[in-house]
Design a protein around this ligand. Structure first.
Ligand code: FAD
Length: 384
């Protein structure tokens, strides 16, 4: 029943997809995902089992202990993990993209050698600490200060909505190092250990993403060394931008997998639920909803793997990345919303995963660049 079209995958990519599907069937069944969500438990045991299979190193070059594959493979893993539990794919993404791709794009050789083998082995988690109370979509407005002090820096400030920072070995912390420079030119990135003295982490109550969750974080006189600087001093904004397409691609792959799971749940329910003497899937009104959901998921997958191939080929793809992010996240929300309608009153109960999809899909139109900001970026690329 699932999205079985191969999208031109090679035999090896098809085998990888089968392995991840098999893993998700065994290790991430509905009951597991439901328990992680309801009891607010991060899926760390599933993460560790996945790490043993070597998938965290899929797009890390062999010289650093990875498999040296590319974005199609990274997409396949994220899509399939997300089919079981979106937040498991997000855990994977934070290590492989926020961690590994950041290091590969703008880390030093010493930092790559130190961290990439650990990420590839699944023994290292990372996160991204960008958003602040006064700097959301206007991310270049960050005010968290890093001030040079002897052979290192001292950091003071506050971040909000920092997911998984409580589980991370290091977080990519976005700071202001030159307050006199224009906003985009005075930003630097540090790879900070969130267990450092002076860091306080408070879990936030949220509608969505209840398993891994998100946090408010304060930094009070936190010392970091020169070796923790990621990329060049005051070059942080430029570095962040180089990774943006990879992040948007990852979010697209994740929501495609989650949308497929929501569609499959609704399809099964439409076959099973009998009203007026027949399965509700026999009513044209329900059939058309399912047809629209199928179109949304199929188109999401096309945009995702088109983007993966552009990334693998090194083709410029800012517009395609923004289009994929906005389309797939809105598609996931539409699929979950119609899924709620198809499941009727039962959609409201945690007996079915639809209410989790409905909650999580709502975030995906906001987080990682809101739909409004994505459309503005697309318009800019159209020359407007
Ligand atoms: C559960 C969760 C997890 C998150 N995880 C992380 C994380 O791990 N790391 C991290 O750094 N951040 C994280 N975020 C933050 C997320 O990326 C931000 O919420 C998002 O970037 C939007 O910022 P904001 O919430 O401050 O909204 P605002 O920027 O205040 O936007 C509010 C509204 O105004 C609109 N708007 C803003 N500017 C414009 C404009 N120029 N034109 C048109 N409309 C505009 C927005 O689209 C939105 O609709 C997370 C958020 C949540 C809720």
């Amino acid at each position: 029943m699932r999205g079985d079209r191969d999208f031109g995958f090679t035999d090896e990519q098809m085998m990888l997809r089968e392995s991840v599907r098999d893993f998700v069937r065994r290790e991430v069944p509905d009951e597991y995902a439901r328990r992680c969500d309801r009891e607010r438990i991060a899926p760390l045991d599933a993460f560790d089992k996945m790490a043993d299979l070597g998938w965290l190193g899929v797009a890390i070059p062999e010289q650093y202990g990875g498999s040296g594959l590319g974005f199609v493979e990274l997409g396949i893993i994220q899509e399939e993990l997300s089919y079981g539990l979106l937040e498991l794919a997000v855990l994977f993404y934070r290590a492989t993209v926020h961690g590994a791709q950041s290091l590969l794009t703008y880390g030093s050789e010493a930092q790559r050698q130190k961290y990439l083998p650990l990420i590839a082995a699944g023994k290292f988690k990372s996160s991204m600490s960008l958003t602040e109370p006064n700097a959301g979509s206007d991310a270049a407005g960050v005010q968290t200060r890093a001030v040079r002090d002897g052979d290192g820096f001292v950091i003071n400030g506050a971040k909000v909505f920092n997911s998984q920072v409580d589980l991370a070995d290091r977080t990519v912390l976005v700071t202001r190092t030159d307050p006199k420079a224009p906003a985009h030119e005075g930003i630097s990135l540090f790879f900070v250990d969130p267990r450092s003295p002076g860091v306080t982490i408070e879990r936030l109550e949220t509608l969505c993403f209840r398993s891994v969750g998100t946090n408010r974080v304060t930094y009070e006189n936190v010392r970091v060394s020169e070796d923790d600087l990621l990329g060049t001093l005051n070059g942080g904004w430029k570095h962040l931008m180089t990774n943006l397409n990879k992040e948007r691609f990852s979010l697209a792959a994740q929501v495609t997998g989650a949308a497929q799971a929501a569609l499959d749940c609704a399809l099964q329910y439409a076959r099973d639920r009998v009203q007026f003497g027949k399965p509700i899937g026999k009513f044209q009104a329900i059939q058309h909803k399912l047809a629209d959901m199928q179109i949304a998921v199929h188109t999401s997958r096309m945009l995702t793997y088109d983007l993966a191939r552009r990334l693998d080929a090194g083709i410029a793809c800012r517009k395609e990345a923004s289009m994929a992010k906005v389309f797939t996240s809105e598609a996931y929300f539409r699929v979950a919303d119609e899924g709620m309608q198809i499941l009727g009153g039962y959609s409201m109960t945690p007996d079915f995963p639809m209410e989790r999809h409905y909650r999580d899909s709502r975030l995906m139109r906001i987080g990682g660049g809101s739909s409004e900001v994505m459309r503005t970026s697309i318009a800019k690329d159209l020359g407007l």
